[in-house]
Design a protein around this ligand. Structure first.
Ligand code: SAH
Length: 345
């Protein structure tokens, strides 16, 4: 049997072409796009201004993705919610909803599992299962919007997976998320986080998008970085920094360095000096994340007082820095922990 076209992964122009191909009027594409990506319906039957005959034709012709909610956890500390969703093929992904004063933010997964192997990360333990399709990335945001009844204003691609390892689908996803016929989220409110796939960082810069690129740096020398992140064996810091500079130059957007602090591994005063030297020339914003311990590894975070003194010293060195608020630690907040627990059970 031929696989059906995944209609929710077609961007607006592709949907128009497809609708014309099956002999329907072009304006139907706009109606359908709005049903799927603005009104967030979960089936063709909800598209009430299409004829019954046309809806039947669509059901035969297309796959219509939707997620099944398996589990929802709400943090008693800060209202953060974690969702575990099942995909059509039975795989599960997790997404996080965070409420801030300036709006609601959703953190989505870009792959089922991950093949990058970062030592402190729970998402990578079972390896990569498969890429998520554009529709499946969008569906996480759509399902959460429906479940919370609140508008999402910011999207961060920082859940399970390496987004630049799923590059083509990521770009379609961004195009669709920012489309005026859909949720119309501003590019400036989207952040993509990468462990540092250098060639893909150059490719992304060429797209001239206004999204924020975050680099998971986590260590300031290749030797130290290799102990935490296998990808550091492939791309050196001497290759990463020019890739960051190029992104900033071509897009005018400031890069963020993510720096997960691990006690006794990357939190020395020497690390602080080296981090300053990497961040300052690029005008990078540093986001310090006290490492969230996972039970499979024995990494621990420095105490918070130390983290804040590290922050203050970076500020004295004229580096822009924030400490990531610890959202939802009481609900398996760290990347991939909820999915792992589900799989173990
Ligand atoms: N693959 C992408 C995005 C996913 S991870 C990347 O590497 O950037 C999002 C961020 O959380 C990354 O900076 C990652 O290194 C970090 N992270 C993962 N597990 C963590 C943990 N247990 N504690 C602290 N940070 C973690």
């Amino acid at each position: 049997m031929m696989e059906k076209t995944d209609i929710k992964s077609l961007d607006f122009l592709a949907l128009q072409a497809e609708i014309e191909r099956i002999g329907e009027k072009k304006f139907r594409a706009k109606q359908m796009y709005e049903w799927m990506h603005k009104h967030l319906v979960r089936s063709f039957d909800e598209m009430t201004n299409l004829s019954a005959a046309f809806r039947e034709k669509c059901k035969n012709e297309y796959e219509f993705t939707a997620l099944t909610l398996l589990r929802e956890q709400e943090s008693k500390i800060d209202g953060t919610k974690k969702f575990l969703f099942q995909l059509a093929d039975g795989n599960v992904v997790e997404s996080v909803w965070m409420k801030y004063k300036h709006g609601n933010s959703v953190c989505i997964s870009s792959q089922v599992g991950c093949r990058m192997g970062c030592k402190f990360c729970a998402s990578t333990i079972g390896g990569l299962v498969r890429n998520l399709k554009p529709s499946e990335m969008l569906d996480q945001i759509y399902a959460i919007t429906r479940l919370t009844g609140e508008r999402v204003s910011n999207v961060v691609v920082m859940g399970t997976g390496e987004p630049l390892d799923n590059y083509d689908n990521l770009l379609v996803f961004i195009r669709m998320l920012t489309d005026e016929n859909g949720l119309h989220i501003s590019q400036r409110n989207i952040t993509v986080s990468t462990c540092g796939l250098v060639p893909k960082m150059y490719a992304l810069a060429e797209e001239r998008l206004q999204i924020t690129l975050a680099l998971s740096l986590h260590a300031t020398t290749d030797e130290k970085r290799q102990k935490l992140m296998p990808i550091a064996n492939k791309y050196s810091i001497d290759e990463l920094m020019p890739a960051c500079k190029n992104y900033a130059d071509l897009t005018g957007r400031r890069i963020t360095f993510e720096y997960s602090m691990v006690k006794g591994v990357n939190d020395s005063q020497e690390d602080l000096r080296e981090l300053t030297e990497l961040a300052r020339p690029l005008g990078c914003h540093v986001n310090l994340i006290p490492v969230n311990p996972i039970k499979e590894r024995d990494f621990v975070a420095p105490d918070m007082q130390y983290v804040y003194s590290f922050k203050e010293k970076l500020e004295k060195n004229k580096v822009k820095v924030t400490v990531r608020r610890e959202m939802g630690r009481d609900i398996d907040g760290a990347c991939g922990q909820l999915r792992r627990r589900h799989m173990e059970e």
